[in-house]
Each structure stands twice: as structure tokens, then as C-alpha cells.
Design a protein around this ligand. Structure first.
Ligand code: PRT
Ligand code: MG
Length: 232
């Protein structure tokens, strides 16, 4: 580390950013770059869970996507990036959500086995079995439709459930639609659009405002540019 960089960090408080590996990490990198931050190791090849950046006082921690809100709630991370799907299901409280980063975009949908007449089942008020990782969102969706459903909580590969008779329908995320297609499933209802959000620990925002504000500003600018490139 150069003397210049050392000086840069002087008198500054440490900032910890929580990210999950994969698309969230990959799509957050350009936003960090816009804020002048470069992560110095690749989580796909490094076994480290705490990654240094070119800023001596900024570190990135790699956690499971569903654990991001928890790390931020308890202040173990000052801020983090998580999908709207994850935030809706998380019981974490006291998180400030200042920016929709417009990354890791997909949508949440109801899907069924090809040939299953969903409309008819809904019309006759059938008591559907719904398999999902997103039990809050699923419950809310079917409650709005006035349908009684039995929700079966799964932790992975929801696409399998209707194929082996575990459920009639699934509520899952869709981006290209390839996974549904490959498993002979069809989307029958679009529930909501999903993007990832920056979540900030409220105490950090107060106590580390000086350090955090420029990063939040850069993220905001970069995410707006991402949403509508012609405005950038
Ligand atoms: O995978 P792992 O179990 O480790 O964790 P995770 O699934 O929570 O993390 P990750 O990295 O897969 O997803 C992180 C976030 O990315 C999610 O919380 C979403 O907000 C967002 N995101 C965007 C997606 C997708 N697109 C997506 N396509 N998350 C999951 N998928 C899955 C979906 O569940 C389905 O199984 O991809 C499959 C469908 O993709 P297509 O392209 O075939 O339609
Ligand atoms: Mg996944």
C-alpha cells in the first residue's frame, strides 16, 4: 500500500459492505467502481470471506444472499446489497433502504406444469398447494386473490415440486425463463418485478455519514445511469 493510500484512510472510519457471491457481487462491481472502489480479490477463486479493496478502510464481506439483511441489521456490516425477494422474506428490522440499484433484475411468478389448468382451478376455488422459498410473498399474492392455499416451504429447486406431485404450483423467480422451459413448466401469473437494493444500518448512517455519503451518491448516480443509459 502506498503512503498516499495510507494517508487517504487516515481519520476515516472503517466501512464494511456485505455482498453475496454470483450475480449480486458481479453486478455491484461496476457500482463500486463508480465510487472509486475496487475489490482486490475474486470471491470465486479466493477462499477469503473478507476481501480487501483499494481503499484501506473499505472491506467487502461475502455472505449468503439471505444472510445479508442480518449482517446489516446487527451492524456487522454497515451496508449490503440484497434482492427485494430476500428483503421481503427477511425478518430483519431497522434497515434503511435508500437506493434501488436496478441490478440482478428478474420477476417473481406463479408457474405450473404444462397442461395444468390453473385458470380453471382458480375459478372453482380449488385449494392449491404452493411450493416456494418466498412464503410471505406467496401468501400475500394468493390472499389478494381470495384463494385458500397450502404453502409448502422449500429452500431450493422449486421447479421440481410440481413435477413429482409435491405441489400444484410454484412461486419462483424468473429471468430468462429457461429453467421453467427446461422443466416443462409455464408461467401463469406475474407477481412482481424484483431488483436488488442497497440496505444500510441506521446507526452506521448516522455515525459514519462522512465516509458513507460519497459512496451512496456514486451508487445512486450509477444506478440511475443503469436504469436509463440515455440519461447518463
Ligand atoms: O443460489 P444460492 O442458493 O446460493 O443463493 P440465492 O439463490 O439466494 O442467490 P443468487 O445469487 O442465486 O441470487 C441472488 C439474488 O439475485 C436473488 O435474491 C434475486 O433477487 C436475484 N436474481 C435475479 C435471481 C435471479 N435473477 C434468478 N434467475 N435469483 C435467482 N434466480 C433463479 C431462480 O430462482 C430460478 O431457479 O434462477 C432460476 C431462473 O432463471 P432463468 O434465467 O432460467 O429464468
Ligand atoms: Mg440461486
Amino acid at each position: 500500500m502506498s503512503e498516499q493510500e495510507n494517508k487517504e484512510g487516515e481519520g476515516q472510519q472503517e466501512l464494511v459492505l456485505a455482498l453475496s457471491k454470483g450475480r449480486i457481487f458481479d453486478e455491484t462491481i461496476p457500482l463500486l467502481k463508480a465510487a472509486g472502489i475496487e475489490v482486490l480479490e475474486d470471491p470465486e477463486t479466493s477462499r477469503k470471506l473478507i476481501l480487501p479493496t483499494n481503499k484501506p478502510k473499505v472491506r467487502v464481506i461475502i455472505v449468503r444472499a439471505t444472510d445479508v439483511p442480518t449482517y446489516v441489521q446487527y451492524g456487522a456490516a454497515d451496508f449490503g446489497v440484497a434482492g427485494k425477494d430476500v428483503l421481503q422474506e427477511s425478518g430483519a428490522t431497522g434497515l434503511y433502504q435508500p437506493i434501488d440499484l436496478q441490478i440482478a433484475r428478474c420477476h417473481m411468478a406463479v408457474a405450473v406444469r404444462k397442461g395444468f389448468d390453473y385458470e380453471a382451478a382458480v375459478r372453482r376455488g380449488a385449494r392449491l398447494r404452493v411450493a416456494s422459498k418466498y412464503v410471505h410473498a406467496a401468501r400475500e399474492h394468493f390472499a389478494k386473490k381470495g384463494l385458500h392455499v397450502d404453502i409448502i416451504k422449500l429452500y431450493g429447486s422449486m421447479e421440481l415440486a410440481p413435477l413429482v406431485g409435491l405441489s400444484d404450483v410454484i412461486v419462483d423467480l424468473v429471468s430468462t425463463g429457461n429453467t421453467l422451459k427446461a422443466n416443462n413448466l409455464v408461467e401463469v401469473e406475474r407477481i412482481q418485478e424484483i431488483t436488488s437494493r442497497l440496505v444500510v444500518n441506521q446507526a452506521s448512517l448516522k455515525l459514519k455519514r462522512k465516509e458513507m455519503q460519497p459512496i451512496l451518491e456514486a451508487f445512486k448516480q450509477a444506478s440511475v445511469a443503469q436504469e436509463s443509459p440515455e440519461k447518463a
